[in-house]
Every structure is written in C-alpha cells, then in structure tokens.
Design a protein around this ligand. Sequence first.
Ligand SMILES: Cc1cc2nc3c(=O)[nH]c(=O)nc-3n(C[C@H](O)[C@H](O)[C@H](O)COP(=O)(O)OP(=O)(O)OC[C@H]3O[C@@H](n4cnc5c(N)ncnc54)[C@H](O)[C@@H]3O)c2cc1C
Length: 371
Amino acid sequence: MIKKDLVIIGHGIGGSVLAQKALGRGLSVLVIDQNFELGSSWIAGGLLHPMVFKRLTLAWPGLEESMACLEYYQNLESAAWHPGPLVRRISTLDEAHRWEKSTMDPHLTTLLTILDEKVPKGISTSFGWGRVELGGWLDVPLFLTQNWQALEAKGLTLSYHLAAENLDSYSPILTIPKYEAIEYKHLVLATGISAPGWKVVPSLGEIPFYGVKGEILDLWLPELELETIVLGPLFLVPLEEQGMVRVGSTYEREYTDSQPSVTEAHKMLSQLGTFLPFLANWSKEELFARVRGHRAGIRPAARDRRPYLGPLGDNKAGAPPGTLVMNGLGARGCMVAPYAAELLLDFIQWGIPIPPELRCTPRRCSTVTSD
Ligand SMILES: Cc1cc2nc3c(=O)[nH]c(=O)nc-3n(C[C@H](O)[C@H](O)[C@H](O)COP(=O)(O)OP(=O)(O)OC[C@H]3O[C@@H](n4cnc5c(N)ncnc54)[C@H](O)[C@@H]3O)c2cc1C
C-alpha cells in the first residue's frame, strides 16, 4: 500500500501550486490528473496584479498577501514568469479623478502612478495612463508543464480520471485498477469546473460554484511594438515571440459549451479596433487573418469572489474522511493560488483554522446568497 500525506486531484494552477508548496514543507504528495490541458488554467491569460480597477482599490486578499504570491512566482526562477509593471488605460473623467486620489493614498502611493508620457504607443486613450508597479504575467501552460514534469520525474503523478468508484466513503483509501492502493491523510479536490468529472464527490455539486466562460486570442501584430502589459477594455500581453500579442478575455455567464466561438473572436477583434487606432481601416478579414491562437475555458467562480477552501462542510455526503476542497479560484486564480495553498497547508499541518469567509459554511453554500 502506498501511503501519502496528501493526494491532490487536479493539476490546474490550484493543485499544481499546492503540490509544490506541500513538497517544500516536507509532506508526501501524489497528484492525479486525467489531462491538465482540460483545465481552465491551461487557457488562462495568467495576468497578475493586486488591483480591482473598477473601484481602484486593492483586491482580496490584500497587498501583503498579493506581494507574497508574486514573490512565490519570482522565486521559482522559471521562464514561465514575466514580472513587470502593468499600464492601465484611463478612459473616463471619473476614472481620472480616482487615479489622482488613489496615487495620494498612503497605502497605494508606491503602487500606482499616473504616466505623463504618451505611452504606450499606438493605443488610444482619452484621459491618459496609469501604471501599477506590482505585477506580471505567468505563462500558465509552461508553468504547469514544468511542474508536472518535475513531479513526474519523482514518481509523484498519476494520469488518471478519478471517479467516485475509486473512493471509499468510509476509509481514506483510493483504489485504482492496475495500481497499488493508496492510503492518504488528506484528499484535496482541486478539480476546477471545466473538465468532465470534476464533481468527483457528487456533493461537490452542492457548493454553489458557477462557471464563467472566457476566450483568449493570440495575434500576430508586430505593428503594435507592444512592450508592456496594457489593460483597457481588453488586456494586451506581449508574448515572448516578437510581434505576438495575447488579447483577452471575454466573460460569459451564459454559455452552452466550452469551445472557442468565432462570434466571440469577432467581438474581441472589433473591440480591439476601438482601442488600437491603426486598425481602424483594416477589414474584419484582414484582422481575423492575424489570429494565430484561439482558446476558451470555464473559470470556476464563487458568488462572493472568494475560493472555497478546506473541509466540505455540510456537503460531504459520499466523501471519504480527510476530503478537502480547493476550488472557486475565479478570474484571479493564478494570483490567489499561492495564498490559498498556504492557508490550506497551515490547516493540514498545524490545524490553523481557515478563515470563515473561505470555508464551505452553510451560509456560503446556500444557493440564495446574493451577488
Ligand atoms: C479565459 C480565461 C482567462 C483567465 N485569465 C486569468 C488571468 O489573467 N489571471 C488569473 O489569475 N486567472 C485567470 N483565469 C482564471 C484561472 O484560470 C482560474 O481561476 C484557474 O485556472 C482555476 O484553476 P483550478 O486549478 O482551480 O482549476 P483548473 O485549471 O480547471 O484545473 C482543474 C484540474 O482538475 C482536473 N480534473 C478535474 N476532474 C478530474 C478528475 N475527475 N480526475 C482527474 N483530474 C480531474 C482537470 O483535468 C484540470 O486539470 C482565467 C481563466 C480563463 C478561462
């Protein structure tokens, strides 16, 4: 019988970061995933920054925690992490006032600046540009591939689609055909929402996650000479290959499938036309011909925009003892994952309670919670 402290189901950004951090703490780990290219993380734009731009305030979980998350990626010294400031288009007078106010706020003054110059070139703005000093982007597919390979080299992965019949509701033992039985102390369901069979434990379906479909385009646009990440109605990320730009992303609460759609691609391209004046005279076809990649995925979201972390709470019917959840990472999953992983591991190792706002409490799991 194989014995593990932690068996993690799902190697998206959540499961991947959790596995790395657990190993760093000396825990024994096994990661099971059918195919991590099916997850939402494989699609993600991978942008990281600590702001909510609508209100120009700090996003959850706060500045210190966000800095620790960014430091985590920085310390990996992986080619997947591209640190750097982000430039945000200021498009209304209201926004311009908010930027002026926020740059004088002692909590934000080192984080936000208003740019004097007309940068970035080739992109229209009505009220100038603001800059966020802390941020960057993560090449998530590269990050996941590197992590999986590192785990695989140590014999800590299993490519398998886990189903309810592999679990025993009464004992912490996994039985997988043609594989030795695995006894674990904790089983973490980091299954996202996009892959088939994500409700490994059917009661996971009682937690009110919802999916938000998103699409992303990779474009060949050397004319733009993009040097920094630009945020506007869409984000623009300069990719490693000269002239390639990643553009995203859409937010669809109502969707019928997880496939890239030509209609959404055209919507993004016409939005891009209003953002990049040099495209004004380009035909739809000319612009479409510049698409080199088009991906879609489903973000696992929660109404209160906080992940679900820890024991399944009242939703544990059919779940074996020691089952924990790490899901609902939302639109900022890459940013939130390192922090969520630390909290979960503190709970596992030291019994430190998970903050109530992240637990699967009956109140949070009630489907009548308002937006
Ligand atoms: C278009 C788009 C753009 C995004 N942009 C950003 C961004 O810029 N910045 C940011 O921070 N976040 C972004 N996100 C959000 C982020 O991607 C998600 O929060 C994150 O990917 C969720 O990660 P996860 O590990 O919880 O789930 P997933 O990535 O979905 O991973 C779950 C894994 O579990 C596996 N799995 C599921 N069921 C089983 C089973 N039964 N057996 C075995 N394996 C199983 C799946 O194969 C999958 O690999 C974006 C998402 C999308 C869709």
